[in-house]
Design a protein around this ligand. Structure first.
Ligand code: ADP
Ligand code: MG
Length: 385
């Protein structure tokens, strides 16, 4: 059964009536530009062919109910009672979006209540942003039925606010932007300071290349620990360098940064500064030479995350090294780090050889078998019917 048939049937079974419509939004993979978003720098993600679907029905009252194939519970709350403190667990993502829309013109005491059912084939916690997929799908659905006419960049901000304030994860705006603005066969080049974005052709198919996701299965947790710590280091580094953010620090400033900063803070700063430059270089190379030219930039990005930002884990390093040794043009961990997935850019002809090598390498090291699958660059959030 298609995931969308399932969605209809589950909505009907749960709520007892047909939904008014269906919307979907994709997960994303970040080609390059890691931990640069909250430093107001550059990122280059693309929306992937894994999506979260939302079926939504309108209610007569002012109550919102959410359910997901992800969970057994149906969470129900009056719209007027939505606030970050009232939201917990997975439902904080969709309900947080409803709450965040109130900051952009949704009068929660006037809009109709809704029932929402969510179904997804975006792997959760793999660094492919199932969180942005659920936020963006709910955001475009509510934007439509509540007739808010908000633009996609604003909906991205709504999703980010939900994640920051309702979920409590201090993440940037990259994921929602990719999920909402992505286009087929293209990446989204986003300036996280101006929020200007540009669509950049990836041209993977024409070049005979694919992007392989290697999901290590090691789970990460954004809301706690390392992510917040890295963010704090970046803020400290910027402050000590007299910059508003690390966006204003360039590669030419690094010698001075090394003198002023302690070693750890310096390496955190060096990652962000060089990663920003790698994103700019990747965009240029994609335009001039096409995707076959970006391998060294991907490899350098991984080294920087492993050695300077220290957000890799052994499983990710093994995935990257195995890819590099088995024909990949370039490879790097992707996403926030501490687990999740790596990507390998590889000729389609070399794909099965690499997949076999990865399985072998993980078995040899006594690691659990990773999930490997190809992703394509897909259309961003859309109304399905
Ligand atoms: P990811 O890398 O997948 O974005 P996050 O930890 O940021 O990982 O977000 C994953 C969380 O988002 C899940 O634990 C869950 O709370 C919520 N979530 C994602 N997809 C769904 C879904 N389809 N249904 C319900 N909750 C979801
Ligand atoms: Mg996430």
């Amino acid at each position: 059964m298609d995931i969308r048939d399932d969605l209809q049937a589950k909505f009907l079974a749960l709520y007892g009536y047909e939904p008014a419509g269906e919307w979907s939004a994709p997960g994303r993979v970040n080609l390059i530009g890691e931990h640069t978003d909250y430093n107001l720098g550059f990122v280059l993600p693309f929306a992937i062919n894994r999506r979260t679907f939302v079926a939504l029905g309108l209610r007569e009252d002012r109550v919102i109910r959410v359910a997901s194939s992800f969970s057994d519970e149906v969470v129900e709350i009056p719209l007027a009672e939505l606030s970050p403190g009232a939201l917990h667990g997975w439902s904080a993502y969709p309900l947080g979006v409803a709450w965040a829309l109130s900051g952009h013109g949704a009068d929660l005491s006037a809009v109709p209540g809704v029932d929402i059912f969510i179904e997804s084939d975006v792997p959760v916690g793999a660094g492919l942003s199932s969180s942005a997929a659920i936020e963006s799908a709910v955001a475009i659905a509510l934007n439509d039925v509540w007739r808010l006419t908000l633009s996609r960049p604003v909906l991205a901000q709504v999703g980010q606010r939900a994640e920051n304030e309702a979920v409590g994860a201090p993440t940037g705006i990259m994921d929602q932007t990719a999920s909402l603005l992505g286009q087929k066969d293209c990446a989204v080049f986003l300036d996280c300071r101006s929020l200007d974005s540009e669509i950049v052709d990836l041209g993977l198919e024409a070049a005979g290349l694919v992007v392989l996701i290697i999901d290590t299965g090691v789970s990460h947790q954004h809301a706690t620990g390392g992510y917040a710590e890295r963010r704090a280091s970046c803020e400290l580094g910027a402050r000590m360098l007299g910059a508003q953010s690390l966006r204003d620090v360039t590669v030419a400033d690094l010698p001075r940064a090394r003198e002023i900063l302690d070693d750890v803070t310096f390496r955190r700063v060096r990652h962000v500064v060089t990663e920003n430059q790698r994103v700019l270089d990747t965009v240029e190379v994609l335009r001039d030479l096409g995707p076959a030219g970006i391998g060294d930039l991907l490899d350098a990005s991984h080294r920087s995350m492993r050695d300077d930002f220290e957000i890799s884990v052994r499983e990710l390093d093994l995935a990257v090294e195995t890819a590099q040794a088995n024909g990949a043009i370039g490879a790097r961990m992707t996403g926030g780090g501490f687990g999740g997935a790596a990507i390998a850019l590889i000729r389609s002809d070399d794909l099965s050889r690499l997949q076999v090598a990865i399985d072998g390498a993980f078995a040899e090291h006594g690691f659990g078998q990773p999930d490997t699958f190809v992703v394509t660059a897909a259309q961003g959030a859309s109304r399905e019917n």
